[in-house]
Design a protein around this ligand. Structure first.
Ligand SMILES: Cc1cc2nc3c(=O)[nH]c(=O)nc-3n(C[C@H](O)[C@H](O)[C@H](O)COP(=O)(O)OP(=O)(O)OC[C@H]3O[C@@H](n4cnc5c(N)ncnc54)[C@H](O)[C@@H]3O)c2cc1C
Length: 478
């Protein structure tokens, strides 16, 4: 069994199939596993994530994958979310003992950066999502911004609440986001189950999460080969025959899962796949959106929270990497070079849907972010910035635009012994680690079905609780 691509989709399918008893050979082009969710070492020895990645309590398949990979203890979950407005004023959001969907209500009512009229509007819209069990009617052909307009949301509610949550969750502007994708974020993350919103952050560099995947595959007779890019997939009599590697060698297998990004897939296949009427024609219509990560090392401690969401700024998140790594469990791998040991602090900033940053020079981005940090972390104004680096990911995620789902192929897409995996395949989820793992599990299930098996890997969503459970049941009965 071949798996091409060692991102989360490829790793999830490889681990699941190895555990099911198959001999898996995984081929990855780069020198490390993890794809977009990985880390690497800078020339000076600092280990940086490609970009900070976070999970939420509602990501049940990613949690299952981390367990299988032996990485669950390297993810720390936080129950309190921290926000800072333009003036640096802080608010927090956390669950109370009230049943969903009311569990966040007390901290939401105390939230200092929203006016009463904003809160009233937001409550109305959130209740309409909850009462519809996450599936309000009439949202299939409108954007999130249109839906917010229909729900009579105030400008403050849109800018300080909906945009803040959704642009970072979906990596897209509200006017380009299909309403159902946005509504799902709130239903699954904040309304259905009291743990859905809990934020999980790795306490190690991302690449250290995948050591167990290699063991899972190799201990069952398989192999994991890095720096082994595939340049062509050969078919024979309408089915998979072999993968040709960049070095010209040929890898054969009974079947193959292609788990590369959708932007790289068509180049590996005969060209009719992407042509009009071809099986994968739709891939050409899936657009991508950018994320920019800015890494900053200060000479002193400038931040006390583990992370902070910014309102009213272009910078959306600040992660206190020194603190997040310091809170790692005893078994977790230590980054090679740690700013905290030298008395300084390492912060990572994230800007999703960073279209405005794409044309900017790196130094301009650093200057802009540094000025914004001064608003919310005053200590940065006096601190010396010892080092900074910018990572622009131009095709970070697929854009959750209206109609994108009709271009996303299923994992068993109609070629014998050839399967697809990747966050861009049909999973019901946006472009996330959870979506990637779901796709890998779905591909693994499809492979086993073809061999006559019926093993399932995909985990159910968190079950709705409280009033949300009542409303969801009523909705599915209607
Ligand atoms: C900057 C950034 C921030 C993000 N933040 C978050 C977040 O906070 N939370 C979240 O859930 N998601 C986040 N995401 C999205 C998440 O990273 C992706 O959805 C997920 O990692 C996709 O996994 P994948 O396996 O589908 O694809 P990829 O990770 O792209 O994996 C594909 C793999 O295939 C390999 N490959 C490509 N071509 C070949 C070839 N010819 N031969 C062999 N191998 C090949 C690649 O090297 C890569 O390893 C973020 C993404 C980015 C870029």
């Amino acid at each position: 069994m071949l798996v091409v691509g060692g991102g989360l989709a490829g790793l999830a399918s490889a681990v699941a199939l190895a555990e099911a008893g198959l001999e898996v050979r995984l081929l990855e082009k780069r020198p490390q596993l993890g794809g977009r969710a990985t880390s690497y070492t800078l020339p000076d020895g600092s280990e940086v994530d490609n970009c900070q990645h976070v999970t939420l309590g509602c990501c049940t398949n990613l949690a299952d994958f981390y367990r299988r990979a032996g990485a669950a203890a390297k993810i720390r979950f936080y129950d309190r979310l921290y926000f800072a407005d333009r003036t640096g004023r802080r608010s927090t959001i956390e669950a109370s003992a009230l049943p969903p969907p009311l569990h966040m209500a007390p901290s939401f009512l105390r939230f200092r950066s929203l006016a009463l009229a904003d809160k009233r509007a937001i409550t109305r819209a959130l209740l309409s999502i909850a009462r519809a069990g996450g599936k309000p009617k009439g949202v299939d052909s409108i954007s999130m911004l249109d839906w917010l307009g229909q729900m009579k949301q105030t400008p403050g509610a849109i800018d300080q609440f909906w945009r803040v949550v959704l642009v970072s969750a979906l990596d897209e502007e509200l006017e380009r986001t299909a309403a159902q994708y946005g509504i799902d974020v709130f239903w699954k993350g904040f309304l259905a189950h009291r743990s859905g919103y809990r934020i999980g952050i790795p306490s190690v560099p991302l690449a250290a999460l995948y050591d167990g995947c290699r063991d899972a595959v190799v201990s069952r007779g398989g192999s994991v080969r890095l720096r082994s890019g595939v340049r062509e997939i050969r078919l024979c009599e309408g089915g998979f025959r072999s993968a040709v590697l960049e070095n010209g060698s040929e890898a054969r297998g009974d079947a193959c899962i292609l788990a590369v990004p959708h932007t790289a897939l068509l180049a590996l296949l005969p060209k009719e796949f992407g042509q009009a009427g071809g099986l994968l024609e739709g891939l050409q219509h899936i657009r991508t959106s950018p994320i920019t990560g800015v890494h900053m090392w200060f000479d002193r401690v400038v931040m006390s929270e583990p992370f902070l969401t910014l309102l009213d700024h272009q910078t959306q998140w600040i992660f206190n990497k020194s603190l997040l790594y310091a809170e790692r469990g005893s078994d977790a791998q230590k980054p090679k070079k740690d700013a905290v040991e030298s008395g300084g602090q390492y912060l990572q900033l994230v800007i999703s849907a960073s279209y405005d940053f794409v044309p900017l020079a790196r130094q301009q981005i650093i200057d802009l972010c540094r000025a914004e940090l001064g608003d919310v972390l005053p200590a940065t104004r006096q601190a010396r910035l010892e080092k900074a680096t910018v990572v622009k990911e131009l095709s970070a995620t697929f854009s959750p635009e209206l109609g994108v789902d009709r271009f996303r192929p299923v994992q068993q897409f109609g070629v014998k012994d050839l399967f697809l995996a990747g966050d861009w395949t049909q999973t019901g989820w946006p472009s996330t680690m959870e979506g990637a793992v779901r796709s890998g599990y779905l591909a693994a299930e499809a492979v086993l079905r073809c061999l006559g098996g019926s093993q399932k890997f995909v985990q159910p969503d968190l079950p709705p609780q409280g009033l949300s459970a009542f409303w969801a049941k009523r909705q599915s009965a209607s």
